[in-house]
Write a protein that binds this ligand. Sequence first.
Ligand code: GLC
Length: 818
Amino acid sequence: MQTSESIHPDKNTEKGSKTQHGRQVGTVRQVLQRSGYLELLCDGVAIVLQFVHPQILRMRVTGSLVVANTSSTAAVALTSVVPVEATLFEDEGYLQWATDFLLVKIYKERFKLEVYDVEGKLIYSLESIVSFANGQTIAQVSKFSLEHFYGLGEKTGFLDKNGEKYNMWNSDVYAPHVPEIKALYVSIPYVLHTHQNGVYALFIDNPSESVFDLQSSSDTYQIQTAVGDFDAYCITGKTMKDVISNYTVLTGKIPLPPAWSLGYHQSRYSYMNQEEVVDLAKTFREKGIPCDAIHLDIHYMNEYRVFTFDNGRFPNPQGMVRTLGEQGFHIVPIVDPGVKRDPRYEIYREGIAEDHFCKYIEGNIFYGHVWPGESAFPDFSDDLTSAWWGEKHKFYTDIGIQGIWNDMNEPAVFNTTKTMDLEVIHRNQGQPKTHFEMHNLYGMLMTRATYEGMKTLLKDQRPFILTRAGYAGVQRYAAVWTGDNRSFWEHMEMSVPMLLNMGMSGLAFAGADVGGFAHDVTAELLVRWTQLGALLPFFRNHSALDTARQEPWQFGDKVESLCKSAIQLRYQWLPYLYTLFFEASQTGIPIIRPLVLEYPEDPNVTNLSDQFLLGKDILVAPIFRPSMYKRLVYLPKGRWVNYWSMEECEGEAYRVVDAPLEIMPIFIRKGAILPEHPVAQSVSFQNVETLSFAIYGVPLDQPYRYTLYEDDGVSYNHLQGGSNLFEVSLEPVSVNQARLSYRYLQYGYQVSYSSRVFKFKTLKTPERFVVRGMKRVEFAELAHSEQGYALNSSKNEVWVKLSADLSAAVLELEWGEG
Ligand code: GLC
């Protein structure tokens, strides 16, 4: 329980952020044009300006006048700066620095920086910078009219962050998903600002504490860093999507994950022993509920020592992993950073002998209490330590494990500050820094060590890493889950805008604990949450010790079958989902998207927090309240097909939609082509027998093109051309005629299926449907025919089946009444 101390006037002094008198960055005294960058010498500070990419301006404000070192933190993935041609124009009062994309104007008298786009529109205006003797910097940035703020990583609240104030300080707060929580486990000091003139994002590469205040003033918003350089990247682009994509040019994109990690994950704190895990797996298969991963929480270890198994509870982990592997399950054990202080424990001994643990400046090791009791923490800022940690995962890979779950890596410590002492020193590759200066990087650096170690150990198989803590760029190494939520309807609701903003902050592979972690789930909440989770990028059911069990079958047959159907839908849409993951790995565009990302001109969607798009074609409107069997859905521009009823609706309109317990409202963009796999018990692209494309809404009135991505889902062959891009196009020819064509844009992976089926879905089956030059057969015959088309009258679908050879094809389709 909190006491009144939590409103103590000096409560912020602990991390040195007590308000002091600051000094404004004033007159620019000297401008030095260096090769590739500009150096502005101002009173007491130097400002380095550099285009690191044609659309990204870096501005580093540094207290020291030695500016030669331009290194960034591990957030930045862009290693070689793209040389950008820029012309400098200097006048008495200001400087202009122009590229083909941007014009930067700097006022010399009282430092101010503006960025204009090619049309001369003011996009970004940095009004002032004030620096303080204690290391703090405060920047004021202009607000505009018609503006909205997104991004900011993992934060509570609604989609549009205007009017909010958040801290960036990775924090383990138990049961934290409430609106007043300012800091969660992940910190992404990045804000995406759209306004009347355009859009840009600001990323402040500072892994100490920062505050984003979009609340206190209506003219400006304020960013405050606690210590260290104010290293700001202004990321521009024509659209929000461009800006997000450019942000991931800077901080990296998700690697294409192993396909199994897109399946359903089942977890519990904890499955206590081998028998329980084996039984769990058996139950999934007996009940025919698809599942790809089972997570092992801390009880698998010998008294919570990482890189060990409790041999009493798990007498034969290798056998267990093998047997379950044969049934299509992957085991994902938890690995925390705290290494138990125990002189008989090999990892601890090695860590001491090889000097891997974080220390105070005086040389004594920092010990903190976590699950194993007193523990030491590896210094992941040191490459040797990271390599050591990475190699230790051989313990897991030797027995067939391919996925690791990193937790408690804020790092969480059971003390009053809830983390490592701030004066602990990180070696940081020869540039030592205090934990205070580097706090937000700790989790990401652990995850990087884990990912790189696993990648080396698994050789030609892709690893899966899950993390709780992170910083900008963590997407390059791990999926993120949102930590310890509760089985509250409100927490499920809040997870949607949180995950949408995470997606817009580079974290494309993310999810929340389905069913809720703490507290007791109810039957209805489990159904609704499973329906939602099935269409989020990361899909794991996880719950805490002593809470109600929440595996899909815990609430009787009806709930089981509803959860099963929801999970099956995900498996049906795996090729669609996997293609979205591929696209995210190439472009950085998130897998789930707020409507505003696809429809930025629509004023109705700027703060729409309770609906989202999966890709651009599937609109999801989850149910967030008990006993609610209808909901209001906003459909954006265009025509939309209700997935459940096939009813067509006109967009730019609100509709009240039916949502009995078995239905979470889903709409498909009319004319969309969605690839489907037959529902399997686990993901394996090598066993798919038929690939289908569902086409929503005949008659077709608009051309549509879809490109499916395929590879083996496990190896790196796709990096050497071992992948396919298969394009399907539909073009209306007249009211009752269309042309369907398909071809490989790229072919390098041999698929397992021998036929493709195109399923034309309609509200009312057309009385006449002809595919020119093809044989019409009875529906029952289609399964045995190599090709042909048939009417599936029970579903109002026309199926066209063709063999899945390499050739391209064009089909002439005709339909109509009578
Ligand atoms: C933390 C994690 C949770 C896990 C628990 C025990 O609370 O967030 O997911 O189950 O630790 O390891």
